[in-house]
Each structure stands twice: as C-alpha cells, then as structure tokens.
Write a protein that binds this ligand. Structure first.
Ligand SMILES: Nc1ncnc2c1ncn2[C@@H]1O[C@H](COP(=O)(O)OP(=O)(O)OP(=O)(O)O)[C@@H](O)[C@H]1O
Ligand SMILES: [Mg+2]
Length: 464
C-alpha cells in the first residue's frame, strides 16, 4: 500500500507511536509538529500525495478543530481522522461538525486505526469517483481527472490545455485506447463551452443512407421512416462541442457534406425549409494515418485542413510506462467501487508485470485487464495469475525472467521423452495422460509456491 498519511500531533512520542503502527500496516507517513504545520501540509496535500490525515485535537499553537474548519473552508476534501484523549460526546460532535471523517479516542489501537483508515480511504475513493462522474455528466470533465505521470503525457496535456481555451478545431491522433475521447471531453470541459453539450458522433458507425439525417437532422415525413422531426448532431451540439470520433472512417460523399457544413457554419436538415445556423467547436479523433489516406484518395485534403487546424498525437501506453502504476491504481479503485469488492492492491510482481506489459490496446486494455482481475482475484491482493485476458499474453511475453522461473521445475520433472518407458517401448496413452496431468499439477503447485514465497514481501510491497 503506498498511501501517504499525515500525522499531526504536537507530542513527538505520539507521532512516533502512530508512525510505527501505520508503518507496520504498510503506509508511508509524513509528520506535522503542530496545528499551523498541519494546516500548511493539508493545503498542499494533493501535490505532495498525502491521502489521509490523523489530527490531534489538542495542539497548543492551533487547535485541531480550527485546523479542520480552515481546511474544509479551503475546499480540502481528503479524509481527516481526529484523535483525542477526551472521549466526550460533545467534543466528537464538534469535530464531526467541523468536517472530521472519524473520531478516535486515544490510545488508539492498531486495529481501530486500521479499520478507520480503510473505511475513510474507501469512502474517499467513492466520493472522488462520484465527483468525476458528475463532472462527466455535466460536461465539465477536466485534465485534472486524467493520469499524467510521464513527461510525454504531461506535454500532451499542457498542449491540449492551451488549445482548449481557443475555439480552434482539434484533431487527436493516436492508437486505439490511448485516451482520445477523454482528451476530447477534457478539452471541452476546460473550454469556454464547458457545461454546454458535448456530442459525440462515431463516424465509423454511420449508415451511409442516414449520414445526412443523423448529422444534420430531418423534418417529419422527409423520407420513408421519418415519422418524427429530428434535429441532427450538429444542432444538438450547437453552443458546445461536436466530437467526430473515428473521422477517418467517414465515406467520401459524407466528407463532402461535412466539409460544406463546417465551412458555412450552417446545416440543411433533410426535407427542411432551408439552412439552420449552428455554433460548434469541432474536435475530431482518428487512429488512422489521415495524410496517408489523402495520398490514396480515401480522405479529402480540404476536409483534413479544416478539422486538423491543431493536430495532436497521443502516444501509445508502451511509450509512457510511467503512467501505468497510477492508471492501474485508479482503475482498481474504480473496479472495487463498481464490484463492491475489498481488494488492497497489486502484489509487487503483478505491478511489475503491468508496468512491463506490451499493451497493444493501450489504456483501454489496461482498464479491461484490471476489471477482470478484480472479479478473478481470490484474496485481498491482485497477483500475476489474475491478470488474464487480452493483456496476459503480452505481459508474459515481455517477462522472460518470470517464465524461466516457472518453467525450470517443470523441465526437471519431465523425462527424456514422455512417450517412451524405461525400456524404450511406446507407453499407453492413458499413462502419458496421467503423467502430463501430474506434471501440470506440479507446475501449478510450483506457481503457487512461487507466489507464497513472495507473500511476506508482497504484503509490504503491494500497491494502492
Ligand atoms: N490519461 C488518462 N487518465 C485516466 N484515464 C484514461 C487516460 N487515458 C485514457 N483513459 C481511460 O481509458 C479508457 C480508454 O480511453 P478512450 O476511450 O478515451 O480512448 P480512445 O483512444 O478513444 O479509444 P478507442 O480508440 O478504443 O475509441 C477510458 O476509460 C478512459 O477514461
Ligand atoms: Mg474512442
């Protein structure tokens, strides 16, 4: 577990005592020697990675209640557990009113701390998830909701942030699953148009016959089946952002119509009385090489220059492995919340495997792999064996060391040829089968042993 916890207490004995308990439970700790120090550290907690605080109520320079009131006023939302030697109900009520997450009477037992911290962290995960989802629903998702540890990801975000504030059309290029859509949403969420509609069109899934009606709308009775008047995606997005996903899949004749709409700033609903003005900001995405398509005549050059005023590329996950641990922990927290499971984190070897994976399906594949692992995991920790699915092949492939260790005992139990007996005669099929099963079981046990050997180490080294 790599959660960082702040211990705020004026008594150095208490600080050391608490740090020892938390250290044994796998947390890292930071110290604050009084109320003012605590206040300063809580205000910068997001940046320094502090995820929870233990706050003593009696501190001579600044009382714990005051610290609480102040940080909550500043909008600091991290869980704060209050510690006091005064077990009075009134004191507890005061603390909770001031924004404490929980109230613990000293001396705090390791068990009580453990339960309290776990609950608070789980709750804080859930409420962050609720915040993110409600921002998404309100079209106010921001880049702060995204993981960016690697320099290349940080650069991409810095670039997208700058262009977000302009009204320029943005073209996001990148392999499948690299985050093109979340980037498009964050560009919208950090633009002047935040809160207005964000309308996505999957250009790869537009039926040729309906392209116009879907994009530009139609009047009632405009064609067979048009039983109701419908406004198209352009009108739905008016005032906001139109996201043209998989824009490279758009058929050529639809490209012409799209270009016309973009150039004129108006759309002509099918069977309508004439053009309608729309005000949209365009963000497009593609995992295809549009310039190569232009050369081959599959994509119109004039359209490319319209939608690609500001092109940006999202690098594949294998080129920004620094993002993987944090992405993995975020997806784990999400999956835990969704599945209602209690899992503490990844074993060290599982996290290593994730970090070294090839991830041809990029962030989306990592997300799927972790969702599956949460469902598959037996214990409190996700182990390499839980990392099945499309990612597994890639993970094992890039980890020759792990494969070697697993294979060694198998080779030793395997005789010269499993098909011949000691006299060199061909064995019965059932015997061979029995042997193979026995060997498979041995291998299975070895895998188990290998993981069991590491349990002690994993308990300390595991993540989240
Ligand atoms: N930097 C990031 N931080 C957090 N989550 C991310 C990040 N990048 C991608 N994701 C998540 O990964 C998943 C895939 O991202 P997204 O759908 O945006 O990718 P895409 O490039 O549009 O994929 P596709 O080509 O499959 O349509 C989503 O759940 C998204 O929220
Ligand atoms: Mg997408």
């Amino acid at each position: 577990m790599d959660h960082k916890i702040l211990i705020a207490d004026d008594d150095s004995m208490q600080r050391r005592h608490l740090a020892a308990i938390l250290g044994a439970q796998g947390y890292t700790t930071e110290m604050a020697e009084g109320g003012a120090d605590a206040l300063a550290q809580l205000r910068t907690a997001t940046r320094t990675g502090i995820r929870l605080a233990l706050l003593d109520l009696h501190m001579p320079d600044l009382d714990g209640i005051q610290v609480l009131e102040q940080v909550r006023r500043d909008g600091v939302t991290l869980p704060i557990l209050v510690l006091t030697s005064d077990g009075s109900v009134a004191r507890a009520v005061d603390a909770m009113r001031a924004g404490a997450t929980d109230f613990i009477v000293k001396p705090a037992s390791p068990e009580r701390l453990d339960v309290s911290i776990r609950n608070a962290l789980a709750l804080s995960n859930l409420s962050r998830e609720v915040d993110r989802l409600s921002r998404q629903v309100q079209n106010r998702l921001s880049f702060a909701d995204l993981v960016a540890v690697s320099p290349v990801t940080r650069e991409a975000i810095a670039l997208a942030r700058r262009v977000a504030r302009s009204d320029m059309p943005v073209l996001i290029e990148g392999e499948s699953g690299t985050g093109k859509e979340v980037f498009a949403r964050a560009i919208h969420g950090e633009s002047e148009r935040a809160g207005a509609p964000f309308v996505a069109v999957n250009c790869g899934a537009l039926p040729a016959a309906l392209v116009e009606s879907i994009l530009f709308g139609h009047e009632k009775g405009a064609f067979t089946g048009a039983s109701e008047r419908r406004s198209g995606k352009f009108q739905e997005a008016s005032g906001g952002t139109l996201f043209l996903d998989e824009v490279g899949e758009l058929p050529l004749d639809a490209q012409v119509k799209l270009l016309r709409a973009i150039q004129s700033g108006e759309v002509d609903p099918v069977g309508g009385k004439g053009p309608v003005q729309v005000d949209i900001r365009l963000v497009s995405a593609t995992n295809r090489d549009l310039t190569a398509m232009i050369t081959k005549g599959g994509f119109r050059e004039d359209l490319y220059y319209r939608i690609g005023v500001f092109p940006m590329t999202l690098p594949p996950l294998r080129e920004r492995r620094g993002d993987i641990p944090r992405l993995a922990r975020m997806f784990l927290a999400r999956a835990i919340a969704a599945e209602g499971r209690s899992i503490e984190g990844f074993s060290t070897t599982a996290m290593e495997a994730l970090t070294q994976g090839a991830w041809p399906g990029n962030v989306r594949q990592l997300e799927n792999t972790i969702q599956r692992a949460v469902i598959l995991a037996d214990g409190m920790t996700i182990r390499p064996g839980d990392l099945h699915g499309p990612g597994a092949g890639a993970i094992v492939e890039t980890r020759p060391a792990a494969v070697e260790r697993v294979r060694a005992p198998f080779d030793q139990t395997l005789g010269q040829s499993p098909f011949l007996d000691v006299d060199g005669d061909i064995r019965r099929l059932t015997e061979i089968e029995a042997d193979v099963i026995a060997q498979a079981l041995t291998l299975y046990r070895k895998i188990e042993d290998y993981q069991l050997d590491k349990t002690g180490q994993d308990a300390h080294g595991s993540e989240v």
